[in-house]
Write a protein that binds this ligand. Structure first.
Ligand code: ADP
Ligand code: MG
Length: 295
């Protein structure tokens, strides 16, 4: 394409809410055949809410909310915000943790009111050799089958409760996935969340289980992209989180949600200003048009 065509394409992109880092990006955009979509904050709103809790026998629900809420208050993760906000709404002011550590992709750990507390995936508890009792295990399985994200709470070496949180698929996501497919791309869903939740979200937006890649640790998302590339695919990655930055940089084309983190925006080649997945389809259409593949 001529420099003029590229400039016009870049300008048209800005009108569509797509910021393009350089004219050469349009060339790469045209060639992608696979589009990997991060789940939380990209396909879904990322605004999660705390729905219910299942306490273990002899566990005080208020104490669960106070201790879990206190720790999660210090984390910026969407799940953490849901727990902290939901807990504060139910029990009022949360205590300040005496100690706090964020464990990416797993949850949080710290000390609250003298108790050593863990909040996060079952896998986090397993690392501390804590397992869920049978009733909590059953509650978790049922909630996950319904598409909810389940967070476990433990303190002083014992599992105390599971919490159900959920966020909603963005209204525009199903149509965006359909448009990406109509452009000849294969959409895939990538997430650190568990398989049942990921497949439920996949079903909602029209991505089959075989194209849902779940339970991937933040640092391993980049390897998923590398693997797809080694299979001969030209990969676009769409993401919003700090977690997604390396994968966005590795992808042939990185598309960052403008509503996401600075780390993601810096790593991407394109920014979708409004955080709408539909703009990803617009970007691909635009590049093909600009480069004369379609009229
Ligand atoms: P995603 O890939 O969907 O953006 P992450 O990789 O950040 O998600 O996290 C994966 C999973 O780890 C979350 O779905 C959640 O179950 C759990 N998790 C991560 N951080 C926290 C936290 N602060 N509190 C509770 N759970 C967490
Ligand atoms: Mg995300």
């Amino acid at each position: 394409a001529t420099p003029t065509a590229l400039m016009v394409g870049t300008g048209r992109g800005a009108q569509l809410g797509i910021l393009i880092k350089g004219p050469e990006v349009l060339e790469t955009t045209r060639k992608v055949d696979t589009v990997v979509l991060d789940k939380t904050g990209t396909v879904t709103t990322g605004r999660m809410t705390l729905l219910t809790m299942h306490p273990a026998d002899d566990t005080d629900e208020e104490e669960v909310l106070r201790l879990a809420g206190a720790l999660e208050h210090s984390s910026e993760h969407p799940v953490a915000q849901a727990v902290a906000t939901g807990a504060a709404a139910r029990v009022g002011t949360l205590p300040a943790p005496e100690d706090f550590a964020n464990i990416p992709g797993l949850g949080v750990q710290g000390v609250v009111e003298g108790h050593s507390v863990l909040v996060g995936r079952e896998k986090l508890l397993a690392e501390w050799a804590i397992s869920l009792p049978v009733d909590l295990r059953r509650a978790k399985a049922e909630a996950e089958a319904a598409g909810r994200t389940v967070i476990a709470v433990a303190w002083d070496g014992e599992a105390r409760a599971v919490l159900e949180v959920a966020d909603a698929v963005k209204e525009t996501s199903p149509e965006a996935v359909e448009r990406l497919r109509a452009l000849g791309l294969t959409p895939m869903l990538l997430t650190g969340d568990n398989k049942a939740v990921a497949e439920a979200v996949g079903a909602e937006v029209g991505i089959a289980p075989e194209h849902v890649i779940a339970e991937v640790m933040p640092q391993d998302k980049v390897d998923v992209v590398k693997r797809l590339q080694s299979e001969g695919r030209s990969v676009a990655m769409v993401g919003d989180g700090v977690n997604d930055a390396a994968a966005l940089a590795q992808a042939d084309l990185g598309l960052a949600m403008g509503t996401g983190t600075d780390a993601a925006i810096e790593a991407g080649d394109l920014t979708l200003v409004r955080g709408d997945l539909g703009a990803a389809a617009d970007a691909i259409r635009l590049s093909r048009k600009t480069l004369g593949t379609i009229r």
